[in-house]
Design a binder for this molecule. Structure first.
Ligand SMILES: [Cu+2]
Length: 149
């Protein structure tokens, strides 16, 4: 009897979590200026939706400034959703730190509203890419995106 109630409660919880996830997913205040430069590549066919969204949180706190996670693995067609936790940050795939890479996205705008997102469609070639937050790069706010074939 108690067991039954317990199970009902559990499934209600699971449902709640699902709804929350959906609600979050919808809340896309995207700062879209971030479409990758299609530098000689056909880069227009992959949109969010064909792949999965990978959420990366950008945060400043007493321990420092971080991308969480800072090692990202994605497939082409995925979308990396950079999301502000705390602080003012941007995302820059610095050409100088990505020698030989083409089709790099241009630097994002500065993001500062908690929950603000910058969606980066993964349209570029497979490989390992460096990115950083410009204001905090010297403080260690950097990461890598590995694009799988
Ligand atoms: Cu930053």
């Amino acid at each position: 009897m108690n067991d039954f109630i317990h199970r009902r409660a559990l499934s209600a919880l699971a449902l709640g979590a699902t709804i929350l996830t959906l609600a979050c997913g919808k809340d896309t205040k995207t700062n879209t200026d971030g479409s990758p430069d299609a530098a000689g590549q056909k880069a227009s066919s992959s949109k969010a939706g064909s792949g999965k969204a990978i959420v990366v949180t950008l945060t400043s706190d007493a321990t420092g400034n971080t991308f969480t996670p800072n090692e990202i693995v994605a497939n082409k067609g995925d979308t990396v959703r950079f999301t502000i936790g705390v602080g003012v940050h941007n995302v820059n795939f610095l050409p100088d730190s990505n020698p030989g890479k083409t089709g790099l996205p241009k630097a994002s705008d500065m993001l500062q509203l908690p929950g603000q997102t910058y969606d980066l469609p993964v349209t570029f070639a497979s490989g390992r890419y460096y990115f950083q937050c410009d204001p905090h790069a010297l403080l260690g706010m950097k990461g890598h995106l590995t694009v799988k074939e």
